[in-house]
Design a binder for this molecule. Structure first.
Ligand code: 13P
Length: 253
């Protein structure tokens, strides 16, 4: 049975004190009412070590939002996968469209990052998704396949076990415009097919694939009811403990 997951991506929000307070609140809320799925919070680098201290890892796991494409050395301002791991984080988000778009991360760069993350014992939440223009041109499958081909389909079957995929259509991120549950299901089913082509049917059935993009308490249950949707990668709604919990509770419906 593949793992159901709700993961929060805080992006560039919350100062250190606010972030620690939010993590504590999420942790306490979920300890009091145990989730029916895996829960991960992915925070800015500066929060990781402090947030690691306040989380009960049986309930909430921890991830970073990025890591460097180099192992170590003279790369001012960068944070390596080994450094992320040393904070106690277990996951890292890679391939987010905001990193691709604003920081020009190419499939080749992402391939390096994925390799380094896995080599350092991190699990990877790897994102893919098309722009509105690409969807309107009906190129979404092609775009998503190219993103996976370019950065993760080179992995061994063993390495693949540490990959979680997240489909995040760019037109749905932070826009309030969620993909319909049918659109999301259609894409996730397609992704599962191409994973099966690469790693076999069993591995594809075991792969957790998340949907992300304006997921909220009001639409999570409908999305998660779809057979191929194994949970969500949540931006805005992960910054309020009650909203994040509302999405997590969608797995109880
Ligand atoms: P929103 O939930 O704010 O649309 O963001 C989705 C996202 O980008 C998560 O990685």
């Amino acid at each position: 049975m593949r793992k159901k997951i709700v993961a929060g991506n805080w992006k560039m929000n919350e100062n250190l004190q606010e972030g620690v307070a939010l993590a504590k609140e999420i942790n306490e809320t979920l300890k009091a009412d145990k989730p029916n799925c895996g829960v991960i919070i992915c925070t800015p680098f500066i929060h990781l070590a402090s947030v690691a201290q306040v989380l009960d890892r049986n309930v909430v796991e921890l991830g970073a939002e990025n890591c460097a494409d180099k192992e170590k050395g003279a790369y001012t301002g960068e944070v390596s996968a080994a450094m992320v791991k040393s904070t106690g984080a277990q996951y890292v988000i890679l391939g987010h469209s905001e990193r691709r778009q604003y920081y020009h991360e190419t499939p080749e760069i992402l391939k390096e990052k994925v390799q380094l993350a896995l080599a350092n014992g991190l699990k990877v939440i790897f994102c893919c998704g098309e722009t509105l223009d690409e969807r309107e041109a009906n190129k979404q499958n092609e775009v998503v396949k190219a993103e996976l081909d370019g950065s993760v389909f080179n992995l061994s079957a063993e390495e693949w076990k540490n990959i979680v995929l997240a489909y995040e259509p760019i037109w749905a991120i932070g826009t309030g415009k969620t993909a319909t549950s049918d659109q999301a299901e259609e894409m996730l089913a397609y992704i599962r097919t191409i994973v099966a082509d690469k790693y076999g049917k069993e591995a594809a059935e075991d792969t957790t694939i998340l949907y992300g993009g304006s997921c909220k308490p009001s639409n999570a249950a409908e999305l998660f009811a779809k057979p191929n949707i194994d949970g969500g990668l949540i931006g805005g709604a992960s910054l309020k403990a009650a909203d994040f919990k509302g999405i997590i509770d969608a797995w109880k419906k």
